[in-house]
Design a binder for this molecule. Structure first.
Ligand code: NAD
Length: 507
């Protein structure tokens, strides 16, 4: 194992320039403190020492933000603008994100513990999300149906209203862009509630939006805890829909809380995705991909291939080579460009991941990691951890760990592989490795997951559906599905000739 032991935040490369020491809500175009004056402390995951004070909102702040968003929706230009005008502004947002890529990546890496090299990719993806939805909204067409000589029927689209966007701490800026892009492109106004662990990069949105020409009140941000600010946003009667990304259990709570207001919901939830490696697979490529699939982004990714199912004839070789590679993964300070796995986001999360590492020691066979890297005595560092021979009943097989921990399990037949793949409550992604064309299709279609990649790690095509089945989500976004979510579709029926009507009451 190699470590870039450099936990000192005093080193020039470790601390981003212009790091604020305090951040506030953004409501109606103005940065404001909480009505209550409450704040929360944000910590540096490499030391677990607080470095930032963030305004912590509650119902009073959400009330103000929703009022601003409602006013902008009812009285402002945004929902009434031509799609072409919103398109131009969204591209300016993307330009700004791209031009601030280095600053943004440095902040994201510092706040979340993600390796800087991977944080850069996130900024580019965030910009791409805006460009994609900007282009889509101008290319969008409405359905129209003709009943010759009788009716012309068409679909009129209009933005739903105020959208509540609630996001998690993993790749926060990129995931916020995945919701902001389509919501704003559709003409909604928004209140964003970012995760309390990682509010730093979200604080850049207000400036980016303003510079791009987004009118005041269209974008609002309230920081704070889920149980206070998030809960108030979900329950607010003037919020028409909730787009949520986070844990499945939080999704269940939000689902219940949306019921009273009959709100629209989009739920992107947890995962425990399988990577299935058949004996005929390109082994080298499968190793590269399955290592990257669970150890990139510190393993804190919803689509991580955290269960690897390997066909028996290649099982021993696969496990040996996988463990060797995992041992060589560079764990180090997130700001070091050579780092492959950085620090986990927060000590609470670290403790949860660690509890699974301990459980795994009796549930499977530890073949790599399982300890803190040498030289990184403080902060939330864990060596990439690999368990082999893990039975399907194990907690490390069944439950989402959300860290650099992987379970490897052998299988003998295709049927057994499919049964193992589907034997969990989640159904977000799956990765199939085989050179047998027929099996690639039939197996992919048999897996209970919202997305499948064959002979690839997670490479997104933004036009395709994104979302999970079972406990991994409700509804799918991606391409026009995202615009549909933020848009009401009204059917307008025009008669072209006198309509036959029963003449009630006519004598
Ligand atoms: P989380 O559920 O703890 O929190 C997510 C957000 O919800 C935070 O902003 C939090 O403050 C808020 N929240 C918490 N309780 C709330 C409540 N009662 N009402 C309203 N809001 C509330 O999730 P997390 O730990 O931040 O993120 C990790 C999880 O997110 C993992 O399960 C991961 O798989 C999932 N995730 C899923 C996807 C996907 O696309 N499917 C993408 C990224 C992450």
């Amino acid at each position: 194992m190699t470590t870039h032991a450099d936990p000192s935040t005093d080193l020039p490369h470790a601390r981003p320039a212009n790091l604020p020491d305090r951040i506030r809500h953004h409501i109606g175009g103005v940065d404001v403190d909480s009505v209550s004056g409450e704040t929360l402390e944000v910590i540096d995951p490499t030391t677990n020492r607080p470095y930032l004070t963030a305004a912590a909102g509650d119902k009073a702040d959400i009330d103000r933000a929703v009022a601003a968003a409602k006013d902008a929706f009812e009285n402002g230009p945004w929902p009434r603008m031509k799609a072409r005008e919103r398109h131009r502004i969204l591209h300016r947002i993307a330009d700004a994100v791209e031009s601030r890529e280095h600053e943004l990546a440095a902040m994201e890496s510092f706040d979340t513990g993600l390796p800087i090299a991977q944080a850069r990719g996130q900024a580019r993806r965030a910009a791409e999300n805006f460009r994609f939805f900007a282009d889509l909204v101008v290319a969008q067409r409405s359905d129209a149906y003709e009943v010759p000589g009788a009716q012309v029927n068409y679909v009129h689209r209009r933005p739903v209203g105020v959208a509540g966007l609630i996001t998690p701490w993993n790749t926060p800026f990129m995931l916020e862009s995945w919701k902001l892009g389509p919501a704003l492109a559709s003409g909604c106004t928004v209140v964003l509630k970012p995760a309390e662990f990682t509010p730093l990069s979200a604080s850049l949105w207000a400036g980016i939006m303003k510079d791009a020409g987004v009118p005041d009140g269209v974008f609002n941000l309230v920081g704070g805890y889920g149980e206070t600010a998030g809960d108030a946003l979900v329950k607010h009667p003037d919020v028409s829909l909730i787009s949520f990304t986070g844990e499945s259990s939080t999704g269940q709570t939000i689902f219940r809380n949306c019921a009273d207001g009959l709100k629209g919901m989009s739920m992107e939830l947890g995962g425990k995705s399988p990577a299935i490696v058949f004996a005929d697979a390109d082994l080298e490529a499968a190793l590269d991909s399955t290592l990257f699939g669970v150890f990139s982004l510190n393993g804190e990714r919803c689509t991580a291939g955290s269960r690897i199912l390997v066909e028996r004839p290649i099982y021993d070789e696969f496990v040996r080579r996988y463990a060797e590679r995992a041992d060589n993964v560079v764990v180090g300070h997130p700001s070091d460009p050579g780092t492959e796995v950085g620090a986990l986001v927060h000590p609470e999360h670290f403790a949860k991941v660690w509890s699974y590492v301990e459980a795994g020691k009796s549930e499977g066979r530890l073949v790599a990691g399982g300890t803190r890297p040498e030289g990184l005595e403080e902060g939330n560092y864990l060596r990439p951890t690999v368990f082999a021979d893990v039975p399907a009943t194990a907690s490390i097989f069944q439950e989402e760990i959300f860290g650099p921990v992987v379970a490897i399990t052998p299988f003998d037949t295709e049927e057994e592989a499919l049964r193992l793949a589907n034997d969990v409550r989640y159904g977000l992604a799956a990765y199939v490795w085989t050179t047998d064309l027929e099996r690639a299709h039939t197996f992919a279609q048999g897996v209970e997951s919202g997305m499948v990649w064959v002979n690839s790690h997670n490479v997104r095509d933004l036009r395709t559906p994104f979302g999970g089945v079972k406990a991994s989500g409700l509804g799918q976004e991606g391409g026009y599905r995202s615009l549909d979510f933020y848009t009401e579709q009204q059917a307008v029926h025009i008669s072209l000739a006198p309509v036959h009507t029963s003449r009630f009451g006519a004598r």
